[in-house]
Design a protein around this ligand. Structure first.
Ligand SMILES: [Fe+2]
Length: 591
């Protein structure tokens, strides 16, 4: 039984292939078309998933998309009758919905087959059902409370449920226009970050500030029964809609906060204008109040379910700072958040919804890693190096690990391109930039020389999973960098490059079972330094994470990266035989 799941027309368009109940492949379209968070139809991803499964389109039994414009129809009609949104907002929404009407034809065009030749059954599945499926059906739990919390999908922003086996009972829903995600996005835009997915920058900024404006945000969003509501006086989306354009590039959202918000909170920060303590305090206040609402939802959900297990999905589940506080601020003991908790994961959510929920097949798959994407051979890496005109060495695994750790200890920034590409927003040791977390200057070096990004943004630690309790105050698995924990105070000074200003770290716990090579690399670093942690940031430069060896080499040559390991190849900019035109970038001075 072959099922393709699709996320289209939401941010991070993606596709996933599930064969006989096992996830075989999953990838985001941005990795192919090189446009961050691309939100159209994921044709390349679908073709790659089929190729990865050794299938043709006519082998498919089911195709499911995480979008159903017919869902919540009465709520939509009721909203129009009571709120009188503008004609242009209604038109925008209808235009967007009309795209899914031609979903079957678009799929047929993507796979190059006549629609009539496809035997497959097509499914449009309500957006939050696919979030719940992605969160629960692939989790290790037999039963769990589920919170799906989002910007908006199919007129719903938030859904709570209790899941057991293959099914779930819903408790509460929050409908358009009320949304925690919209609150965070509106303030993200107010703070001068206009792109889809920029919310994590505000989350990174928050620890620099004080919650001076928390009471203001408590006026914008407040608990209501077991859920919450927005004060719509501070927004415009209920009248004008939320306009997202993406046809020519990364999705851009038009601001949807009201003049009343500007009157009370002060002037909007212009893009690229200096970040002041006031902006830090706004970010902190937003984060504090967001956490209050999330914990309110979770505490009420726990009362209804009594479960110790929680699955959390949706765009707001990308708030790793809030996620890291769940086990200390609620009675939940085990928190599972899938790789690709945002809309990207609704592709595999849709596929598993069909397999487990509609077809009622038993659950036999647990997602315990994120390595579902493209991989490359050494021959492809050699061809890419030759095409770029750069010399390389070929090393066996032990030598590669030994050289890489030595280079890091000597202050070098090392690209690490290995195995299958990660699904989701985070590099998790396969398309990663590595550096020594012990150096106080490493954060600035990477920010200014390679990533060219805002200085306030932190870098993440990858830590051997066996060592988490020694270095962090909470000892939980967090394989997708989905939670932020406080670092033990006595360790702050030992790993300054990955310790955020508030003493926290957005860690990735690395397992020998799911990524043996990365585990081996960090273990070797541990043997040499006594620190079981490396600095890990994504292998890219203001672009989606690299997918191919050629893209990795291009990124290496464009930036001040010192060395890159691609499979067994090691390419070192500082070797004597390296072409002069590529050596102009300087090395990192050793301490
Ligand atoms: Fe969503």
């Amino acid at each position: 039984m072959n099922i393709i799941g699709i996320n289209a027309y939401h941010g991070d368009a993606s596709a996933a292939l599930v064969v006989n109940g096992q996830l075989v492949a999953a990838v985001e379209e941005e990795r192919f078309n090189r446009i961050k968070h691309w939100a159209g139809f994921p044709s390349e991803s679908i073709r790659w998933c089929l190729q990865q499964g050794g299938l043709t389109a006519t082998d498919l039994d089911h195709v499911a998309i995480s979008f159903n414009p017919k869902a919540n129809f009465l709520k939509r009609i009721g909203f129009v009758a009571t709120h009188w949104p503008s004609a242009s907002a209604i038109l925008d929404r209808l235009k967007r919905q009309s795209k899914t009407l031609a979903f079957e034809e678009q799929f047929a065009a993507a796979v190059g087959v006549e629609r009539s030749a496809l035997k497959t059954q097509f499914h449009r599945i309500e957006h939050h059902q696919t979030h719940v499926a992605a969160g629960f059906l692939m989790s290790p739990f037999q039963e769990a409370a589920v919170l799906s919390v989002d910007g908006m999908g199919d007129f719903t922003s938030t859904l709570t449920a209790y899941a057991k086996g293959n099914a779930w009972n819903e408790f509460d829903r929050v409908y358009f226009p009320h949304s925690i995600g919209f609150l965070y996005t509106a303030i993200t835009m107010y703070l001068g970050f206009p792109y889809y997915g920029d919310e994590y920058k505000v989350m990174g900024l928050a620890p620099y500030g004080e919650p001076e404006f928390a009471d203001f945000f408590r006026k914008m969003i407040r608990p209501k029964g077991d859920t919450f509501e927005l004060n719509l006086d501070y927004f415009t989306h209920h009248k004008k809609g939320v306009r997202m354009t993406w046809n020519d590039g990364a999705p851009v959202i038009e601001p949807f906060f009201s003049q009343k918000l500007v009157n009370e909170l002060g002037p909007v920060r212009e893009r690229k204008s200096p970040m002041t303590p006031r902006h830090d305090n706004i970010a902190k206040s937003l984060q504090v109040v967001t956490e209050e609402i999330i914990m309110h939802l979770l505490n009420r959900l726990h009362k209804k379910t009594g479960s110790e297990n929680l699955c959390m999905t949706g765009g707001v589940a990308m708030n790793s700072v809030a996620n890291g506080k769940i086990t200390t601020q609620t009675p939940f003991k085990n928190v599972y958040i899938p790789a690709g908790a945002a809309d990207n994961g609704t592709s595999f959510g849709a596929a598993f919804y069909v397999w487990n929920h509609l077809l009622k097949k038993p659950r036999t798959f647990v997602q315990d890693h994120a390595y579902w994407g493209c991989s490359s051979t050494n021959d492809e890496a050699i061809a890419a190096a030759k095409a770029a005109g750069v010399p390389y060495e070929l090393l066996d695994e032990a030598a590669l690990v030994d050289r890489t750790t030595d280079l890091m200890i000597n202050g070098k920034v090392v690209g690490w391109f290995q195995g299958a590409m990660e699904f989701g927003a985070r590099a998790l040791g396969n398309r990663t930039l590595l550096a020594d977390p012990r150096r106080t200057d490493m954060r600035d070096i990477i920010n200014l020389r390679i990533k060219f990004r805002e200085k306030f943004r932190p870098f993440a630690p990858s830590i051997l999973e066996e060592q988490v309790g020694e270095w962090f105050e909470i000892d939980e698995a967090t394989p997708y960098m989905e939670k932020v924990f406080p670092i033990r105070k006595d360790k702050h000074a030992m790993i300054p490059a990955v310790t955020h200003v508030d003493g926290s770290g957005r860690l990735q716990t690395v397992s020998k079972k799911t990524n043996p090579l990365y585990h081996r690399l960090i273990s070797r670093f541990f043997e040499k330094t006594g620190v079981p942690i490396v600095l890990n940031t994504s292998l890219n430069e203001n672009e989606p994470i690299v997918r191919t060896p050629a893209e990795a080499i291009s990124c290496f040559l464009r930036t001040d990266m010192d060395v890159i390991a691609i499979g067994s190849l090691l390419i070192d900019r500082h070797q004597a035989n390296f072409p002069e035109q590529f050596r102009k970038r300087g090395s990192v001075a050793c301490p």
